[in-house]
Structure formats: structure tokens, C-alpha cells
Design a protein around this ligand. Sequence first.
Ligand SMILES: [Zn+2]
Ligand SMILES: [Zn+2]
Length: 175
Amino acid sequence: MSPKEATRIDITEATFKDPLEVIKNLSANFNISYTKVIQTYVMEDRIIDLVLEKEGSAYFKGKIVWIGNRKDDTEGTIFCVQTDSDLKKINPTAENTEKVILDKKKAIVRISTEAKAKCSVCGKNIEIFDDVAGCPLCEAKAHKDHLFDWIKMKNSCPVCKKRLSLSSTGQIIID
Ligand SMILES: [Zn+2]
Ligand SMILES: [Zn+2]
């Protein structure tokens, strides 16, 4: 392994799988302390930065505050990141992320983003900051609020047209 490879670790698969896999990678490479609160790993020191890049240039940077799993129980990791002005949730998925690299030398998680999926309701790109929801039958993806509004109005999926509704706990259910 060349020195360059040793300082850049590909954690794309870990990120798509589970926050625990991400924490394992971070713990193996940095002296971090965290507290596990239910399914969320809260950083005690915000020593790791997260940078979003598009075609090699950075367009977003912040400090990782916590790492958690998706509320809808699908696989994957959410990063909550503190910027100068606010907290942002980053949702890397196979549809918006090319690669997640751990830059060991600079203590940065670098996410190369690319919006590959379009919302099946509004037709716009699904970006990494967007909350995403999907049809449980055909797996069409959409901005979460757009899909929920659509289901409330039409009681169906915008793509496969099968009957859907929302449970009182905010899950999409098959009628
Ligand atoms: Zn949309
Ligand atoms: Zn559908």
C-alpha cells in the first residue's frame, strides 16, 4: 500500500450499510469519544470534519456532531453536521453519493456527491440534504414531504399507482 492510499480510506460501503460500521472506521483511525443514545452516536469532541465535494471541489463543510441511522429503518447512515450558522443532516445514499473517503491525515470525511435520482413527484434532483422516502412496492424515490403530500391527496404511489396511506406514526403503509 502506498502512503497515499494509507491516509485515504474508502468507507462508502460502511456508510451505505450502518452508522455502527462508520463509527468502527472512525474509532480505528482517530482518538474519538462518543456516547451512544439509542441508535445515535453523539461525538463528545467535534474533531472530525465533513466535506461535500462535487467534481473535486468542496461546496460544504462542517463538524460532525452525531452519526445515526435512518428513521424509516432502511440501511444507511445520517451525519448531523454543525456549520457556522446551523445544523444540517446529510443523507448519503447510492443515488446521491459516488464515494465516501476518510481522510486520515486531515480528519475529514469527504463525500463526493452526484444527484443521480429525480423525485418522482416534482421531477427535481434528490440532493444529499433532502429527506427521501420511497414507495414500498416499486421503490420509486421522492422528496419525503412531496411523497407524503401526494399520498395524503391521492392515496397512491405516483409511479406504480398502487394504493398507499400514512400511518399515525408517519410510515408509508400498503393499503
Ligand atoms: Zn420533489
Ligand atoms: Zn410505487
